[in-house]
Ligand binder design. Structure first.
Ligand code: KG4
Ligand code: ZN
Length: 341
């Protein structure tokens, strides 16, 4: 049921390999969330092929939009919707353009305000589907392209405390998965293997100069060296043990930096979001961390951890409340990020 005080936002997401449209009520209730994934098309190349991705987005954007509107019972967008939102960065330029153009066009045709959304704010806002955030809050944002500790002094204000200096956590999962012969994206399968293995191989965690920054490329090289070394000695590699040891090292690095940041900044609430937030071992470790510091924790629901338009609708609602709208001349920004503290 919706009434006249409800704010319904139609949101679009197309920054990487998911084409998605969603209708979100009041920033935290999903009326529809349609996600068309193109993973199968990219698997044989071992990663996303930008040209292939934009072509898929173009093919799917209309269908996911119609489906999202239909499932949310939107028959008269102009009166039923309050705004239209779309991701404008970061991501692949050709992919972002499709969702952004769709969003801006829909807003223009139906006379609705438009809101450009930062994809990373979307991942963080997926936690709002569970519980409203109390500020100041800190988010652990772990995806395929980004790994960041984000400070939110108040609603809709995001600042980077720490970031990765090289690979993102999800990227490291994917690259190590490739070394072990897994398909892209490897995160989920790595987790399943890790559950069956023993984390008894020592892979070093890089120590960065800045307290809150991450570095995962050394860890990836350590796994590669280990695999080569074992092969040279004609020893069989226990892939499950490699996955478990690698996963343990990634999680330890995240928890170590998050601990330092909690002690320094003292947030009231902790949030976990991004594709890697689907990782059960990471969720357990973050739950322990929140318990240790007696922090309220909201984790993006597993099914909303990966890319989807509902999280973009949740983030857009924060801007909507502040009447923070974007012009229809808004362009994509492939390397968009928050500013550093
Ligand atoms: O947030 P996302 O859907 O896309 C980006 O914005 O990058 O994140 C995708 C990443 C991939 O690298 C994928 O391997 C990783 O999230 N991922 C996982 C798990 N599920 C997805 N990594 C570890 N454990 C998982 N269960
Ligand atoms: Zn993402």
């Amino acid at each position: 049921m919706t009434d006249s005080h409800d704010n319904l936002i139609l949101a679009f997401e197309s920054s990487a390999d998911e084409t998605s449209a969603s209708v979100v009520k009041n920033g935290h209730i999903i009326l529809s969330n349609i996600v068309a994934t193109q993973i199968a098309s990219h698997q044989r190349f071992g990663g996303i092929v930008p040209e292939v991705a934009s072509r898929h987005h173009l093919e799917w954007i209309d269908r996911v939009t119609q489906e999202a509107l239909m499932r949310a019972h939107i028959t008269d967008p102009e009166t039923q919707l309050s705004a239209v939102a779309a991701t404008f960065g970061p991501g692949l330029v050709g992919s972002l353009l499709i969702g952004l153009m769709a969003g801006k066009t829909f807003a223009m045709v139906h006379n609705l305000p438009f809101i450009g959304v930062n994809h990373l704010a979307g991942h963080i806002s997926a936690a709002n589907f569970v519980k409203a955030t109390v500020y100041p809050a800190m988010a652990i944002m772990v995806s395929g392209g980004h790994t960041e500790l984000v400070w939110m002094a108040k609603e809709n204000v995001f600042q980077i405390i720490g970031t990765t200096l090289d690979d993102a956590a999800g990227e490291a999962f994917d690259k190590v998965g490739r070394i072990l012969g897994l398909k892209y994206p490897a995160g989920k399968e790595m987790q399943e293997m890790a559950q069956k293995g023993h984390a008894d191989i020592h892979f070093p965690i890089a120590h960065t100069e800045a307290d809150f920054d991450f570095s995962f490329s050394g860890l990836k090289s350590a796994v590669l060296n280990y695999v080569h070394h074992e092969k040279q000695l004609d020893r069989t590699i226990n892939k499950n043990d490699v996955a478990a040891s690698f996963q343990k090292a990634v999680i330890e690095a995240i928890i170590e930096k998050a601990t330092l940041a909690i002690e320094k900044f003292q947030p009231q609430q902790l949030l976990l979001g991004g594709g890697v937030a689907a990782n059960l071992a990471l969720r357990c470790a973050v739950e322990d961390l929140a318990m240790k510091y007696q922090l309220v924790l909201t984790e993006a629901p597993i099914e909303l951890s990966g890319d989807n338009a509902a999280m973009i609708g949740a983030a857009a609602f924060l801007a909507y409340k502040q009447k923070h709208f974007s012009g229809l001349d808004l362009n994509v920004d492939p390397s968009l990020n928050f500013t550093r503290m």
